[in-house]
Write a protein that binds this ligand. Structure first.
Ligand code: GTR
Length: 326
């Protein structure tokens, strides 16, 4: 038996590694607005790992984090055309495309994060996932987006009155614009990546998001008042382009679906840990957190948003089913 010299052995090892990487017959390009290490980014990486193992290296996933492929609205469009294969986004920017996603973007529609999980893990969640398909996307799984609350650079918001006339960035969906009007504020729909500089330059007074986004985006550095009114619990979704999906064999489609589902518990653990870590980090940085807030007036102000957006029987039924879920 021939014994290889160390250098030759090392070269062979490199070659074997390269061959293994190149052996991926299909490499799925996945987009995320968040930075490396963020729970959603890590969850999709985990899904890729599972997929690679289970298909013996045939299908791999490459995650392009930190909005390398663009802002969410643009990447959603590119995903439709198969330029991007997988996309992890909030359901918010899907509102104007897939009507059913509106119901989970309604303020205070969920009683809390646990309620959201029960709804999305059950038949209502399944129905909404299926609703993506006629629009060119295959809904694969839901991830966490926590509760979203207001932050700003001007003053602590203690009640709705403090929001009057404030310029607040929202995600690009009509529901959120109307939500802000109902609260007496001025909504400014903007891509996520423009929020930091817009607060810094005073174009807007603030925005709204969950702990991990507030922290990882650095928004807390320029908007140091955070009010835990928790007006939105918008789940996040992982979708695949229907163009890509249709190119996969039924067996591979099954593997993709399963790997996505199996990444959810991992995501939830990562999310819980990150929520705590982010909260600690922004509190340590001196952010003023307003926890004593009466949510009732905020909830009561939302009637007009429901009246305007929950008009079709389909949406009325979904809202009623969500409310009837314990
Ligand atoms: C984050 C969410 C992103 C994006 C962002 C935003 O919480 O994870 O997908 O929607 O909010 O406000 O645009």
């Amino acid at each position: 038996m021939k014994v290889l010299k160390p250098l030759a052995a090392a070269l062979l090892a490199t070659a074997a590694f390269t061959t293994a990487a190149a052996a991926c017959e299909i490499t799925l390009k996945s987009s995320d607005t968040h930075p490396d290490g963020y729970p959603t980014v890590e969850a999709v990486k985990h899904m890729g790992k599972l997929l690679e193992e289970r298909t013996n290296g045939k299908i791999c996933v490459e995650v392009y984090h930190s909005k390398q492929l663009g802002e969410e609205k643009d990447t959603i469009e590119q995903t439709k055309f198969g330029v991007i294969d997988l996309n992890r986004v909030s359901m918010g920017p899907f509102n104007n495309l897939v009507e059913e996603t509106k119901v989970v973007s309604l303020p205070y529609v969920f009683k809390g994060v646990d309620h959201m999980h029960r709804v999305m893990d059950g038949p209502i969640g399944e129905d909404i996932l299926k609703a993506f398909e006629p629009h060119g996307y295959v809904g694969l799984a839901y991830y966490d987006g926590g509760s979203r609350s207001f932050y700003n650079s001007v003053k602590p918001i203690q009640s709705i009155d403090d929001l009057a006339g404030m310029k607040v960035r929202v995600m690009q969906s009509d529901i959120f614009v109307d939500m802000m009007s109902a609260l007496g504020a001025n909504a400014t729909p903007l891509p996520y990546g423009e929020v930091y500089s817009s607060i810094q330059t005073g174009v807007i007074d603030g925005a709204e998001n969950n702990w991990p986004s507030y922290e990882s985006s650095g928004h807390y550095e320029v908007a140091g008042y955070y009010t835990l009114d928790e007006h939105l619990i918008v789940p996040e979704v992982l979708v695949m382009s229907k163009v890509t999906w249709d190119k996969l064999s039924p067996e591979d489609q099954k593997a993709v679906r399963q790997a996505a589902k199996d990444s959810v518990p991992v995501m939830r653990d990562l999310w819980q840990a990150r929520e705590k870590a982010s909260e600690e980090k922004v509190r340590a940085a001196g952010v003023e957190v307003i926890t004593e807030i009466d949510k009732e007036p905020f909830m009561a102000a939302m009637d007009s948003v429901y009246e305007k957006h929950v008009t079709s029987d389909k949406l009325k039924d979904l809202v009623a089913r969500i409310r009837a879920t314990d």
